[in-house]
Design a protein around this ligand. Structure first.
Ligand code: NAP
Length: 301
C-alpha cells in the first residue's frame, strides 16, 4: 500500500540522515529539518525542506519525527532538552510518532518510550545497518523496538528508507539487535584487514584477492564495500571511527550485563582506540587497513 505524502520532521542530517531524508523528499513528504550545523542540511533545503533553528521548533512542525543523531548523549539532549531548551518530548504534539534511528543505548530507548507514552505519544527505536551505501540506495536494514501499533504506523515510512524492516520486541530491542550487529561488524573489520594485509605482503594483487575471496566463504559487506575504498587509500567516512568505538563500548556494556565475555571484540576495540589516539576519529572505519598496511599491524606501534 502506498503512503500518502504528509509532513515529516527529520533531525540530524549528517552522513546518514542527509541521504535518508532525501528519499522522504523524493516520495513527496513536506520535510522539516534541523541539524546542529545548518550547513549539513543545505542540500535538503535546496530541494524544498524547511529549516528549523531548534529541535523544539522542528518537532512541533509535524506528527512524525525521525532522529538520526551521533551519540546517545546527543539523543538524550535532543529528546529531553537541556539547560532551559525544550526537547522533542516537550515540544511534539500529542499523538506524534517519534522514531530514533541513531545507534544508541537500549536503556535510553526504554526511557524515551516511557516518557513518550506519558505524554500520549508513540516511539520506536529503529537503528539501521547498511552504511552510507544503504542510506543512499534506500536499502537499509532497520531493527525496530517498540509497540506493535507504533510499528504498524511507522512501517510505511520506514519502507521508504530501507529494504528490511523488522520488529524485534519492546522498546530497546532494536538497539539491542543493532549492538549485536556491531559486534559482528567490528570483529569482521579486523578479519578482512588482516587477510588483505597478508595478501599484499605476500605479493598478491590485493584487489584481485578481494574480488576472489569476496565471492566465497570469507565474503562480507565490509569486504565488498569497504575493502575497495581501503585499497584505493580512500579513508573518507562512510562510517566514522569514533562512532564504531561508541558502538563497541555500548555493545561491550550490554554483553557485560548479560555475563558474556567478548575477547574478539576487545581486540577490535583496542585497535580502534589506537586509531582514535592517532588522530583518525573522523576517518572511515576502513582506515584500519591503512595501519596494517603501513605499520604491519597497529598493535606494533
Ligand atoms: P554524523 O555524520 O555524525 O551525523 C550525525 C548528525 O547529528 C550530525 O550532522 C550532527 O550535527 C547531528 N547532531 C548531533 N547532535 C545534535 C544535536 N544535539 N542537535 C542537532 N543535531 C545534532 O553520523 P552518521 O554517520 O550520519 O551516523 C548517524 C548515526 O547512525 C550514528 O549513531 C551512527 O553510529 C549510526 N550509523 C551510521 C552508519 C554509517 O555508515 N555512517 C551506518 C549505520 C548506523 P553536526 O553536523 O553539527 O555534527
Amino acid at each position: 500500500m502506498s503512503l500518502v505524502p504528509s509532513p515529516v520532521t527529520f533531525i540530524g542530517t549528517g552522513i546518514m540522515g542527509s541521504r535518508m531524508a532525501e528519499h522522504l523528499i523524493a516520495n513527496g513528504h513536506p520535510l522539516h529539518v534541523h541539524n546542529r550545523t545548518r550547513q549539513k542540511a543545505e542540500a535538503l533545503l535546496k530541494k524544498g525542506a524547511v529549516w528549523h533553528d531548534t529541535p523544539e521548533s522542528a518537532a512541533a512542525a509535524s506528527d512524525r519525527v525521525i532522529t538520526m543523531l551521533g551519540l546517545p548523549s546527543d539523543v538524550e539532549q535532543v529528546y529531553f532538552g537541556q539547560e532551559g531548551v525544550r526537547g522533542i518530548l516537550a515540544a511534539a504534539k500529542p499523538g506524534s510518532l517519534l522514531i530514533d534511528m541513531t545507534t544508541s543505548s537500549p536503556r535510553l530507548a526504554e526511557r524515551i518510550s516511557q516518557a513518550a507514552e506519558e505524554r500520549g505519544m508513540e516511539s520506536l527505536d529503529a537503528p539501521v545497518s547498511g552504511g552510507d551505501v544503504g542510506a543512499r540506495n534506500a536499502s537499509l536494514v532497520v531493527m525496530v523496538g517498540g509497540r506493535q501499533e507504533a510499528f504498524d504506523r511507522g512501517v510505511p515510512l520506514l519502507n521508504q528508507l530501507g529494504k528490511s524492516i523488522t520488529l524485534l520486541g519492546p522498546a530497546g530491542s532494536g538497539q539491542q539487535c543493532k549492538l549485536v550487529n556491531q559486534i559482528a561488524v567490528a570483529v569482521g573489520m579486523v578479519a578482512w584487514c588482516e587477510a588483505l594485509a597478508v595478501a599484499k605482503a605476500a605479493g598478491l594483487d590485493p584487489s584481485m584477492v578481494q574480488a576472489v575471496i569476496g565471492g566465497g566463504a570469507a565474503g562480507s559487506w565490509g569486504l565488498t564495500n569497504l575493502a575497495p575504498r581501503a585499497l584505493g587509500a580512500d579513508f573518507n567516512p562512510g562510517f566514522l571511527v569514533r562512532h564504531l568505538v561508541k558502538d563497541i563500548c555500548l555493545a561491550h556494556k550490554e554483553a557485560d550485563i548479560h555475563g558474556v565475555r567478548l575477547p574478539g571484540l576487545e581486540v577490535a576495540w583496542r585497535l580502534y582506540e589506537i586509531l582514535k589516539e592517532a588522530g583518525y576519529s573522523e576517518a572511515g572505519t576502513q582506515v584500519l587497513f591503512h595501519h596494517y598496511d603501513t605499520n604491519r599491524g597497529v598493535s606494533k606501534q
